[in-house]
Write a protein that binds this ligand. Sequence first.
Ligand code: GLP
Length: 243
Amino acid sequence: MVEVLADYQLVSNRAAGIIADQIRATPRGVIGLATGGTPVGAYDRLVALHQTQGLDFSNLTTFNLDEYVGLSPDHPQSYHSFMWQHLFSHVNIRASHAHVVSGLAHDFDQACAEWEHRIEASGGIDLQILGIGSNGHIAFNEPGSTLTSRTRVVELAERTVQDNARFFDRPDEVPRTAVTMGIGTILEARRLLLMATGDHKAHAVAVALEGPVTSDVPASALQRHANVHVLLDTAAASQLNSV
Ligand code: GLP
């Protein structure tokens, strides 16, 4: 299902509403979380729902999609820090239930296998939030990632490094490798919620949703999932043929 709303604020509020409904329906459930600029508005709204309506995160478990390799969890640009800054610090989630894979593992093969096992042991992800890279990536699954890929260390595409440089003081500080859930891991979530806003995402959205399913466009894998909700603003939807 593709839903187009006028602007970022409406997309954020709608996404937060969908996430909040999921938390209310399965308070002991599992949500997959994303980072990047796109979900910040939705996280702000979830914080407001916690503060004003008592939305309860106390029994919830979360798993984040990805993390930069080489950044410690307390590095200001780590995705661990991002999640605490934008969401976890402001709601009543238990720290031990808020999982962000470490970018500093000694043995990443083992850490990735444990991560997959932990998701499975939690009962699997009920709702996975996703953004999309301007090159069509989901999480850090760059073009070329197989549709059956699992959690692993990947090299970032040059375009991704450039896109994410805005979060760092200097371009050479942007990590070039990351650990990411695989496309196969993501497709095992029971529901997917993809958010995209802005005209710089319009091309990626159009090829992902209306082009062929191909590892050249990792987000096209979503066409293989039976329960996907795509939330777009008008700008991000502007290159779609049918909405
Ligand atoms: C980042 C993240 C993705 C995110 C995407 C878009 O690199 N790894 O999970 O969806 O790129 O980011 P933004 O929302 O800032 O455009």
